[in-house]
Each structure stands twice: as structure tokens, then as C-alpha cells.
Ligand binder design. Sequence first.
Ligand code: UT7
Length: 326
Amino acid sequence: MIKLKIVGLGVSLPDKILTNSDLEKMVDTSDQWIIERTGIKERRIAESKTACSDLVIDATKQALQHAGLKASDLDTLIVGTSTPDTIFPSTACWVQKGLGISGSAAFDISAGCTGFLYAMEIASNLIATGKSKKVLVAGVEILSKITNYEDRSTCVLFGDGAGVCILVPTEEDRGIMSSNWGADGNLAELLYMPAGGSRIPATCESVEKKLHCLHMAGNEVFKNAVREMEGAAFTALKDANLTADDIDLFIPHQANIRIIDATIKRANIPSEKTSITIDKYGNMSAATIPVALYEAYHEGKIKDNSKILFAAFGAGFTWAAMILKW
Ligand code: UT7
């Protein structure tokens, strides 16, 4: 086990709510279709002037207060995101600037919806080697800024938000019991933003063709998501010598309630042990897991020594699972 402790949690969710009935006025869709096919009722939308670092800074201030730490105590800042403030420098560096600190290592992880678990994997190994002692791990997205609100197959799904946690080493019997991660870049084009990088830099044509928006082959993503989330969760249980019965809480990535239902059915995880936030926030990609963790903690669902299973799947394709003993 990698011995570590989460000492601070924070979230930032924009005030503005976009409901299914708002979307009915924008595209040919219905509240009934969205709820039945995705489980989403509403999602949060950031103000036009807000960037991801603003949400992370807000969430980090809460987490620091929770942990009884100062921003200058953080030695490593890792941000999982697909919607960074800028391609460079990293969102983590903008967070550093906003917190008024310098010197700590700061970098982003691009792993789509798996970004938070990839960041946790790196953070826990930095702690295990003694390289880092106080690590901020964030998952954040402002997907509304890369969503095509004329495409009903994607625009009903996504929302904005951030969740963070602060990790420290501990001598106590708690931490990461097992973890695994993987990717299959051969399937990259099933979920991606085509333009804005070196392949298709920004031009008037790329903007007109909406190539700076998220493109997704929903059905293919769905099938792969169920298979890989279940596989990753199963591997994490096996590697920790646990069964689904030993798990106190399952926090899956929240992309579609039907993906979560299919995953828990296949992995034999009871629905009452599964954390669900998709109805309120939609798919916030890298932010869904830390936001669900924060909510579960504040709802009293996490106790000392609780065993929490996390699993995620996203663009890349990427996937990961982790078991944390709280
Ligand atoms: O975060 C990780 C990455 N993302 C995901 O994991 C998302 C994975 N995919 C999904 O969640 C689902 O595939 C979607 C929610 C995107 C789509 O659900 P689906 O049940 O796979 O629908 P579909 O694409 O097979 O479309 C079924 C029908 C189509 O109409 P026809 O061709 O049968 O007449 C669509 O045009 O539903 C139609 N449709 C809609 N109808 C009303 C698609 N989007 C909408 C909509 N409102 N918003």
C-alpha cells in the first residue's frame, strides 16, 4: 500500500444552471430523452470570463482551509484537464499565480475524463518515493466552451466544475491499496477536439467547421466505457485481494447513468454503495470524481478506514481504477 492521507477537499461549481428544459429551447431534444438516455437533469455553466484555473483556485482555498495548510505549503500542483486555460503554460502554473505562490512543481495531465485518476496515480507515486510531501491534485473542466450547442448528441451531456484534494504522506495504515491505468490511442478519433493543436491550428475555416468543439461517436464510446471501467475496477479489486463486497463506496466517472448501471451490474457492486452526481452536474470529465468524492465526504458516506473504489474512462481512450483506504 502507498501510505498517504487526503487531508483537504474542495470544489467549485459555477452558479449558472442549464436545465433540460433550457436545452429543449436550443436543440431538438426533450427532458424525457435526456433523463432516460443519460440520467442528467441539469448541469453547471461557467461565466464567459471564467477559466479553469479560477475554479481550481476557488476549490483549493477551501481544501487548504479544510487541511489547515497554507498555499505555500504545497510542493506539487497537478491538474487533470482537457480544457486548460491556455495550451501553455499549464493550468497548474496559472493556479500557482492565482494562489500567489512560486517554487512548487506545477503541471497538467491530459487524459480526458480519466485525468483526475491519472493525476492521483502520479501524485501517489511522488509521495511513495518521498519526492513530494504536500500535493494538490485537481480535476477541472469548462466543457461548455468547447461544446457545440447545435449538436444535440453532445450538448446535452456536459457541464463545468472543479474538485481538488490535498495528499500528504502518513505512517497510518491508510492510502492506495491498488491502482491501474491504461490507454488505447488507436481509438483517439472516437472522442476528441480536432483543431487548436499542431495538427490543425486555428484558422477561420477551422472555426467555421466547429473543429474547436468536442466530437464524439457516442455509441462506440459507450461500449468501450462499460468494458474498460469494469475491467479496471475488477483488476483493482483483484490486486488489493478484495471483492466488491469489501468496498464501502464506489465513485465512478459520471458520463451516463446507463454506463454506471451497466458497470456496477457487471462488477457486482450494489447501487446503494455507488455515488451518483450526474443528475445534478452532467459529465464534467476530469472533475466528476473529485466532486463526487467531496459530496460523499460531506454527506457522511466516508468514515475512517472506508475502502473507496474509483474508476474512470475517457478520451484517448484512457481508463484507470484505484482503491483508497480513507
Ligand atoms: O466521459 C466519457 C466519454 N463520454 C461518454 O462516455 C458518453 C458515451 N455515450 C453516451 O452516453 C451515449 O451514447 C449518448 C448519450 C451520447 C447517446 O445515447 P444513445 O442511446 O447511444 O443514443 P444514439 O446515439 O444511439 O441515438 C439514438 C437516437 C438517434 O435517433 P435515430 O437515429 O434513432 O432517429 C439520435 O439522433 O437518439 C437521437 N438523439 C437524440 N434525441 C433527442 C441523440 N441525441 C439526442 C438528444 N435528444 N439529445
